[in-house]
Design a protein around this ligand. Structure first.
Ligand code: CAA
Length: 404
């Protein structure tokens, strides 16, 4: 086992960190407030090779692997989780087309996804009555003389109104269940494809989430991704990988919550303070301070909570990087991706909530930026499979494999 990052992984991590700090940080709160879609930012991420981190160079990607992708996601999410989710779905769509597309489809779309020219990719699987159970979808694709006709409504589609390419799942065979679902590549602006009204969301307000209405939407035969009836399997495999992205996003957000608490505790300890009692009042110091300075007695409780938060984040990161490494090494990773997504999103929720509690009213106010983390992190327990769905995946694998 080797915990060292390669030079390339460090380079990608550094590139993402540097861009996020320089370009994303100054306007993250504003994007949250105004719900401005980060179009230029996504184009920039494309230019930096961060929209196709695990896509081959031949197709315009960075070919840096899944661990590098996770590290980049963590850096972007640590600064702006809204940009991170659009980045995550775009990477997922670029990988889906690279993996399941034929040569013509790969060449037609993947370089434009990776470069940012398409701005974003979208993943149109969920429907109003088929979120956790996509096999229950009702969107239909009917074969025509010159391709396919798509009809139905998709819901909760990240970047659905800005994405240059949307993967749309539809039933090519009306039989119930997962069989008979196929995937289609639909370009933005295709007649018969309309984006509906933005969801007014609790968090991730700088990312758009829209319904997509398909009405007599005609696409050519070249739009079919993979084989007819293969759509469900494609979606599940894509989501296995997508869940690593969401776990990474959760780690990034949680890290920022912890940093905010550390900054506060250091500030309270005061510059050059070497004791538990930086205020210098008459109470005897409770203990000697470490190199970072330390707070007064009530703040010792902060430190203990902070230590738990940091421990949870470490566990979340390790689980996430394990899943990333397994996928990168082409080993089975479905269960591990669900474990990572389940644990990281739940832990990040606890960590962000605790950060508000530790910072008190300062954390509750908008200026500190921590309340945004609480709002942004909440959906990570819901999208790309709820925590309950992750538990189903984990339990099913355990039952199938007898536990390992
Ligand atoms: N890899 C490959 N194949 C898989 C698979 C996987 N991970 N999981 C299932 N399959 C295959 C099965 O082998 C089976 O194939 P056969 O019939 O040939 O044996 C077929 O798919 C059906 O499998 P199941 O019977 O297990 O399917 P199910 O209906 O019971 O569902 C589920 C399983 C895991 C609960 C699944 O429905 C699921 O993951 N639901 C959650 C959906 C989800 O995550 N949605 C997120 C929307 S996208 C999003 O949020 C993006 C965004 O914008 C941020």
């Amino acid at each position: 086992m080797d915990f060292q990052l390669t030079e390339e992984q460090r380079r990608i991590q550094e590139r993402a960190r540097e861009y996020a700090g320089r370009e994303l940080a100054p306007r993250a709160a504003e994007r949250d407030r105004t719900e401005a879609f980060p179009e230029q930012e996504l184009r920039d991420l494309g230019r930096l090779g961060l929209l196709g981190v695990n896509v081959s160079r031949e197709l315009g990607g960075s070919q840096a692997g899944v661990v590098a992708y996770s590290l980049a996601m963590q850096e972007v999410a640590a600064v702006d989780a809204s940009v991170a989710v659009a980045m995550a779905v775009t990477n997922m769509v670029a990988e889906v087309v690279s993996t399941f597309g034929n040569e013509a489809q790969r060449r037609a779309h993947v370089p434009h996804l990776c470069s940012g020219e398409y701005v974003a990719g979208a993943f149109a699987l969920s429907e109003p009555q088929a979120g956790s159970d996509p096999a229950g979808m009702t969107t239909r694709a009917i074969r025509t003389a010159d391709g396919w006709r798509l009809d139905g409504t998709k819901q909760w589609i990240t970047s659905g109104d800005h994405a240059g390419l949307i993967v749309v799942w539809a039933k090519t065979d009306p039989q119930p269940g997962a069989k008979g679902i196929s995937a289609f590549l639909v370009r933005r602006g295709t007649p018969g494809l309309e984006a509906g009204k933005h969801e007014d969301k609790m968090g991730l307000r700088g990312s758009t989430t829209v319904p997509l209405i398909l009405e007599d939407c005609r696409v050519g035969p070249e739009a079919l991704l993979g084989k007819e009836g293969d759509g469900f399997r494609i979606a599940m495999m894509a989501l296995d990988g997508g869940r690593i992205g969401i776990a990474s996003q959760a780690c990034g957000v949680a890290r920022t919550a912890i940093s905010a608490c550390v900054a506060q505790l250091r500030a309270e300890a005061g510059p050059g303070s070497g004791r538990m009692d930086p205020g210098g009042d008459d109470d005897p110091p409770l203990c000697e301070l470490g190199e970072f300075g330390a707070p007064r007695a009530p703040q010792q409780a902060f430190q203990l909570r902070l230590a738990d938060m940091a421990t949870e984040l470490d566990a979340a990161r390790l689980l996430t990087l394990r899943a990333a490494w397994l996928k990168q090494s082409q080993q089975p990773f479905s269960r591990e991706a669900s474990v990572a997504k389940l644990y990281a999103s739940e832990a990040a929720g606890r960590i962000c909530d605790a950060a508000v509690q530790l910072l008190g009213l300062a954390g509750y106010g908008r200026a500190a930026g921590v309340e945004r983390l609480v709002r942004d992190v909440r959906v990570q327990r819901i999208y790309e499979g709820t925590s309950e769905i992750q538990r189903i995946v984990i339990a099913r694998t355990l039952l199938k494999e007898g536990g390992r």
